[in-house]
Design a protein around this ligand. Structure first.
Ligand SMILES: Cc1ncc(COP(=O)(O)O)c(C=O)c1O
Length: 430
C-alpha cells in the first residue's frame, strides 16, 4: 500500500500542528504508524490522498450514521448556503430542529443548541449546578465527556488511549469537585453520595459507553442510579453525544428504558457539522439565560449550515421507520461473523455490541467496566488494526473506541470485513 503523500503531509503537519493532528486519537499513537490523510469519503468508503480505498468504521467518530456525504444532507447544505452562513439571530430552522429533538427523545422538553459535545456536557453540568445550588459531580472511571477541565479525571477515549486520563493543566480545585465512581457498580456511587451528603449536583454517565470500548450499563445498575438521583435531588445527566440517534431513535435512554433529567448530544445531531445540544426537564432548562440566571452562549450556536445538516439527518431518522431495524440486522451479521472467526481460532475474546456500536476486546474477561476493559492486550489490538488496514479495512486506531456501522455498509462490505478479520487474526494468533 502506497502511503507516500500521507507520510509527507504528516511530516509537514507536525511542524505546524501539535502532533500533526487537530484531535489526539487521529494520530495512530497507540497502534503505531502514521495517520492517513483523507481526500474524500463516499458512503461506506474513505479514500486517502495516495488513492487507497478503505471500507471504514469510524464514521468521523460517530456522526456519519448514513455513511459519508449522504445526498440528502449535501442537498440541504447547498440550499442553506444560498441564504447565508450565519446571522447571529433566530431562524425558523432552530425552532424546527428543537421541536423534532423533543419529539424523538421524549425526556427532552427543551433544548439548547451548541457547537460540540464538550460544550453540551459542560453546559449541562453548569445548568445542574445552578438548578441544585450544589457543586460536586460524580462521573465514572473510563467515561469520556469531552475535554472540559472537570471531566479530565480518569477519562476515557483519547485520554485513556494516550495514557493521560488525568490531564496536566487541570487545577486541583477543579479536580476536587469531580468524584469518580466505578461503572456498573452502584455501591461505589452510594459510598460517594454518603461521604458527600447534599453536595452532589449531578451524576454524568455514558449510559452505553463508547469511550473505553463499548460497554452497556446493566439494567439493575442504571435503574438504581435513577432512583438514587431522584431520592437525593441529584440531576442525572445521560451523555448521549455518541449514543444519541445511534443505538436507537430515542438513544440509549430508549434502549435502557430510563429517563434522565438532562441529556447531552453531539455527533449525529449535526449531520457531520460541528453541533452539540443539551436538553431535558423544562424546570432545569429554564434556568438557562436568558430565561434564567445560568449563563450559556455561543456566537455560532444554531447557525443555519449546522442546523440544516442536523435537521436533514434527524428528519431522515424520523421518516425512515425501519432504519434501526435494518441497522441492527447488519450489525448483528458483522458481530456473528467476527464471533464465528474467534471461535474457529479457539480464542475467547470479548465482543460487546449495542446496535451499531461494537468493540472487539483482546481479553477473555467479560468487559463491564474500566478495570475489565484495560485487561485487553493493546499490543495485539495494534497488530490487528494494522493488518486490517493493510487489507483495506479502516477501524478506529484504538482499543478503547467503538466501531460504528452505518446504514450504507453493504453485505459485500461486511463480508469483506469478516474475511479480513479472519485473515488478520490468523496471521498473528497461534
Ligand atoms: C460521550 C461523549 N461525550 C462528549 C464528547 C465530546 O464531544 P466533542 O468531541 O464534540 O467535543 C464525546 C466525543 O467523542 C463523547 O463520545
Amino acid at each position: 500500500m502506497n502511503k507516500t503523500l500521507s507520510t509527507h503531509l504528516f511530516n509537514e503537519a507536525k511542524r505546524y500542528i501539535p502532533g500533526g493532528v487537530n484531535s489526539p486519537v487521529r494520530a495512530f499513537k497507540s497502534v503505531g504508524g502514521n495517520p492517513l490523510f483523507i481526500k474524500n469519503g463516499a458512503g461506506s468508503k474513505l479514500y486517502d490522498v495516495d488513492g487507497n480505498e478503505y471500507i471504514e468504521y469510524i464514521g468521523s467518530w460517530g456522526p456519519h450514521l448514513f455513511g459519508h456525504n449522504p445526498p440528502f444532507i449535501k442537498e440541504a447544505l447547498l440550499k442553506a448556503i444560498e441564504d447565508g452562513t450565519s446571522f447571529g439571530a433566530p431562524t425558523e430552522l432552530e425552532v424546527k430542529i428543537a421541536k423534532l429533538i423533543t419529539k424523538l427523545v421524549p425526556s427532552v422538553e427543551m433544548v439548547r443548541m451548541v457547537n460540540s459535545g464538550t460544550e453540551a456536557t459542560m453546559s449541562a453540568v453548569r445548568a445542574a449546578r445552578g438548578f441544585t445550588k450544589k457543586e460536586k459531580i460524580i462521573k465514572f472511571e473510563g467515561c469520556y465527556h469531552g475535554h472540559a477541565d472537570y471531566f479530565l479525571i480518569k477519562a476515557g477515549s483519547g485520554a485513556l488511549t494516550l495514557g493521560v486520563p488525568d490531564s496536566p493543566g487541570v487545577t486541583k480545585a477543579n479536580a476536587a469537585d469531580t468524584l469518580v465512581a466505578d461503572y456498573n457498580d452502584i455501591g461505589s456511587v452510594k459510598k460517594l453520595i454518603k461521604e458527600n451528603k447534599n453536595e452532589i449536583a449531578a451524576i454524568i454517565i455514558e449510559p452505553i459507553v463508547g469511550n473505553m470500548g463499548v460497554i452497556r450499563a446493566k439494567d439493575d445498575f442504571i435503574t438504581a442510579l435513577r432512583e438514587i438521583c431522584s431520592e437525593e435531588k441529584i440531576v442525572l445527566i445521560f451523555d448521549e453525544v455518541m449514543t444519541g440517534f445511534r443505538v436507537a431513535k430515542g438513544g440509549a435512554q430508549e434502549v435502557l428504558g430510563i429517563k434522565p433529567d438532562l441529556t447531552t448530544f453531539g455527533k449525529i445531531i449535526g449531520g457531520g457539522l460541528p453541533v452539540g445540544a443539551f436538553g431535558g426537564k423544562k424546570e432545569i432548562m429554564e434556568m438557562i439565560a436568558p430565561s434564567g440566571p445560568v449563563y450559556q452562549a455561543g456566537t455560532l450556536s444554531g447557525n443555519p449550515l449546522a442546523m440544516s445538516a442536523g435537521y436533514a439527518a434527524l428528519s431522515h431518522i424520523n421518516e425512515n421507520k425501519d432504519l434501526y431495524e435494518n441497522l441492527e440486522k447488519s450489525s448483528k451479521y458483522l458481530e456473528d461473523g467476527i464471533k464465528e472467526n474467534i471461535k474457529k481460532l479457539n480464542k475467547n475474546f470479548s465482543v460487546n455490541r449495542v446496535g451499531s456500536m461494537m468493540s472487539l476486546f483482546f481479553t477473555d474477561k467479560e468487559v463491564i467496566d474500566f478495570k475489565s476493559a484495560v485487561t485487553s492486550d493493546t499490543n495485539l489490538f495494534g497488530k490487528y488494526f494494522q493488518t486490517m488496514l493493510s487489507r483495506g479495512i479502516y477501524l478506529a486506531p484504538s482499543q478503547f473506541e467503538a466501531l460504528f456501522i452505518s446504514t450504507v455498509h453493504s453485505k459485500e462490505d461486511l463480508d469483506k470485513t469478516i474475511e479480513a478479520n479472519m485473515k488478520s487474526l490468523s496471521k498473528f494468533l497461534k
